[in-house]
Design a protein around this ligand. Structure first.
Ligand code: FAD
Length: 317
């Protein structure tokens, strides 16, 4: 079922959904099933599965030369989605990224997803490869989420890359990313916002936000969206904090504000368990306020470690 229909059917009740990461190459799918077993008690209407572009692997040869090869550490997104839908009868939402695909490969991947009965996709540009200074598009692929979105919208209208096939329309419900505190590369908030508005005008059906810890930033963002005619559901993305280092890494990577009250409380923690306790309390309070604010779904970035998320959702469900 489409995410927008799950939201409609909930009639104002807040839903819980979760994002999982494919296991690292060589590990079986059992870890996904173990995570799902833990999360099913919260009746998630959908589960997101991230997509990971290839990074670089450096191989040392006996002659001393160092060879750089492309290496995808976390393959399996599409198969994991199919396995989740099959085993748990829950909608799975694959993330679809620009990096690593030509347009032709994207078209074929979308046909696979359609054949698998997948109704929703989250359309993203994707992260830069580790070792690249910035995002480098794949030759013959897309440079921005807007371009990938246009391709998915075209297929929903029966327009394939080289021909129109009227009788063969896909019917994806399309999500895009939104940044309450701006995307880290954007020169300013309004420029980034302009691109988000464009994505919705082009046909995006819902927005999932970057994580945030300052609820005012999310509320201001939603109000700005509504004032500017963006009327699709805006699903808040939430990531429990698990260690002190995140006070430095998260603002650096994602350009987000950790309120002083939260950062000071975490600074005083002696162990990761203490950090998780502080984080749980903060997140539970924030989620309660988000529910009062009328969010359709609380979407948790679990990093495939369901424990910290469960502690929060148990206090809300
Ligand atoms: P875009 O919308 O393309 O925006 C990228 C930048 O370019 C922004 O600064 C924007 O302002 C600007 N911009 C946008 N459109 C245009 C345009 N047409 N012309 C010029 N400038 C433009 N990464 C992964 O690799 N795999 C994942 O599974 C994944 N899942 C994610 C899930 C969520 C909910 C979120 C919020 C992020 C996720 N990411 C993932 C990270 C995401 O790929 C990065 O944040 C990436 O840097 C930007 O993606 P985007 O789709 O927002 O890009």
């Amino acid at each position: 079922m489409k995410i927008i229909d799950h939201i409609k059917n909930a009639k104002g009740k807040t839903l819980f959904s979760f994002e999982l990461l494919p296991p690292a190459k060589g590990q079986g799918i059992q870890s996904i099933f173990n995570t799902m077993d833990e999360l099913m008690e919260f009746n998630p209407p959908f589960i997101d599965v991230t997509y990971h572009r290839e990074d670089y692997l450096y191989k040392q040869h006996p002659n001393g030369l160092l060879e750089r090869v492309a290496y995808r550490k976390r393959p399996g997104t599409v198969a994991i989605c199919a396995a989740i839908m099959n085993k748990y009868k829950v909608d799975a939402v694959p993330h679809l990224i620009c990096g690593g695909f030509t347009k032709e490969e994207t078209e074929n991947a979308l046909i696979d997803l359609d054949f698998l009965g997948i109704d929703n996709v989250l359309v993203l540009r994707g992260d830069a490869r580790k070792g690249d200074p910035d995002f480098i598009p794949t030759p013959g692929g897309h440079a921005y989420a807007t371009e990938l979105l246009a391709q998915v919208v075209d297929m929903n209208n029966g327009k394939y890359l080289h021909e129109d096939i009227e009788g063969s329309k896909t019917n994806f419900c399309i999500g895009v990313a939104g940044y309450p505190e701006k995307h880290f590369e954007a020169p300013n908030f309004n420029t980034d916002f302009k691109w988000l508005k464009k994505k919705v005008e082009m046909g995006a059906n819902f927005i999932v936000t970057q994580m945030f810890y300052n609820i005012d930033r999310y509320k201001e963002f939603v109000i700005k969206c509504r004032d500017n005619g963006i009327d699709v559901p805006i699903i808040p993305g939430l990531k429990p904090l698990t260690n002190k280092k995140q006070l430095i890494s998260l603002p650096k990577i994602f350009h987000l504000d950790i309120p002083e009250e939260l950062s000071s409380a975490i600074e005083e923690c002696k162990t990761n368990a203490d950090v998780q306790k502080v984080s749980t309390e903060w997140m539970v309070n924030m989620c309660k306020e988000l529910i009062d604010f009328g969010v359709p779904v609380l979407h948790f970035y679990t990093m495939s470690n369901p424990g910290p998320t469960k502690k929060i959702v148990e206090q809300l469900a």
